[in-house]
Design a protein around this ligand. Structure first.
Ligand code: HEC
Length: 131
């Protein structure tokens, strides 16, 4: 992970836990709007199917590349085998710039630019804990 991403991650996490958290608390409802940027490729919720990307039920806390029935890139499977777990920090980094976390991922997404959007979309994903 590059220094740049690490620094940004700390900023994001500081936002999540810092004294101003009342203002920038994770907001799943706002995250649902952000998820529209993901919805061309991902579904989530009851009965969600794989699309271009895997269905994202239960993704927070899961190892990378481990959702049954989806054909991942070998890079994503290798990331999971190397111990990448989708927690708040790794998700924030991946959704900021996917290739900084998994260099050869086939997720072609330019990345979310706003810390607020990152926090909120992660909160949204957390609201679907069950596979
Ligand atoms: C253009 C299609 C596309 C868009 C848009 C997209 N993704 Fe993905 N995503 C993929 C693909 C394809 C993969 C599988 C990557 C691989 O196997 O390398 C993936 C993988 C992932 C993973 C890892 C899944 C796992 O089981 O390891 C997460 C988490 C994820 N996407 C979240 C998101 C979120 C959240 C958004 C929106 C902010 C988003 N993606 C936008 C196509 C997309």
């Amino acid at each position: 992970m590059s220094m740049k991403v690490t620094t940004r991650l700390f900023a994001v996490l500081a936002l999540a836990v810092g004294p101003a958290s009342a203002v920038v608390a994770q907001d799943a409802e706002a995250g649902a709007k952000v998820f529209k940027k993901c919805a061309a490729c991902h579904a989530v919720g009851e009965g969600a199917d794989h699309k271009v990307g895997p269905a994202l039920n239960g993704i927070v806390g899961a190892p990378a590349g481990a959702i049954a029935g989806f054909r991942y890139s070998t890079a994503m499977v290798a990331a999971g085998e190397a111990g990448v777990i989708w927690d708040d920090a790794t998700l924030a980094a991946f959704l900021t710039k996917p290739k900084d976390v998994v260099a050869k991922t086939k997720m072609s997404f330019p990345g979310l630019k706003k810390d607020e959007d990152l926090l909120n979309v992660i909160a949204y994903l957390k609201s679907f804990p069950d596979r």
